[in-house]
Design a protein. Structure first.
Length: 284
């Protein structure tokens, strides 16, 4: 349903705002602020952006991919984590504070990593829409944090937690608006050239699961739960924000690749849950 996907696409920012607000209400704000001051979150942001950018670049060079596809793949590597990551992590049953902190730090790193990518791979003059980026930081991060703070200030905590417990299943429903709204360009590509679309899907799966696996094994020493949270955060990519900031500078291959990425991205929670269950059984 490519027409329906295109119709949903403009409303994704509204969905994102409600998703972040619901996630923030369920997040321990003092713990979140403490996490953001720790170097571990910022080191993760460097891995999430620059290390995976370099890995993507080397992979594209070895495979001999064309310049448009290379730019799209490296731009995905430069992108911050999906704002929906905390909701996905919570749906699996893990702590959301670590995921939220890493999502924020990778988002703050985005303009630098994206600018470096465009500077290296884009032939025309490079300029990012920093106004839109700043506006989205205020709306999707600062706004939900402020709303959460005010709610905890003026609504009794027990009542607020009870309300949040009842409406929290809605967050995972909102998450699934994103693949539907973003997959339209991939569907159009599949209609025009199925073989090329399957190539994009294969590349998307490799990107997603490679980022997941590398991060999981790097963070495995810090505990199974931290490793899985970090892996999910690394596998999820906020491609909508990157497109908003850079637009057509990301080239014609970016949106079809973004659409293809939606399929493996929403398999990651199931992979993480399987690993968590399998580990628990082995311990027993």
């Amino acid at each position: 349903m490519p027409k329906a996907s295109a119709a949903v696409f403009p409303y994704l920012p509204y969905v994102l705002f409600f998703l972040m607000t619901l996630s923030m209400i369920g997040t321990d704000q003092p713990r979140l602020m403490k996490k953001l001051t720790q170097s571990a979150c910022w080191l993760f942001a460097l891995l999430h952006s620059f290390v995976f950018m370099l890995l993507s670049c080397v992979g594209c060079y070895l495979l001999g991919l064309d310049s448009d596809l290379t730019l799209a793949i490296v731009a995905v590597g430069a992108t911050g984590s999906l704002f929906a990551t905390p909701a996905i992590v919570k749906a699996i049953g893990f702590d959301t504070v670590f995921a939220m902190a890493m999502t924020i730090t990778t988002t703050l790193m985005l303009p630098i990593s994206l600018f470096v990518t465009l500077l290296l791979f884009q032939q025309q003059s490079v300029s990012l829409d920093m106004y839109q980026y700043g506006l989205r930081l205020v709306i999707f991060i600062a706004g939900p944090m402020l709303l959460s703070f005010l709610m905890y200030r003026y609504i009794p905590t027990t009542r607020l937690k009870l309300i949040h417990q009842k409406i929290s299943p809605l967050t995972i429903v909102l998450v699934f608006f994103f693949p539907f709204g973003l997959i339209g360009d991939f569907r159009v590509l599949w209609q025009e050239s199925a073989s090329e679309a399957y190539q994009y899907l294969l590349i998307a799966c490799v990107i997603c699961f490679l980022f997941f696996a590398v991060t999981y094994f790097i963070y495995k020493r810090s505990g199974k739960e931290n490793a899985l949270i970090s892996a999910i955060t690394a596998g999820n990519r906020n491609v909508l924000l990157s497109y908003t900031v850079a637009g057509s500078l990301l080239g014609p291959a970016f949106l079809p690749l973004v659409g293809a990425l939606q399929i493996p991205t929403y398999f990651l929670p199931m992979v993480a849950k399987f690993i968590a269950k399998h580990s628990t059984k082995n311990k027993c």
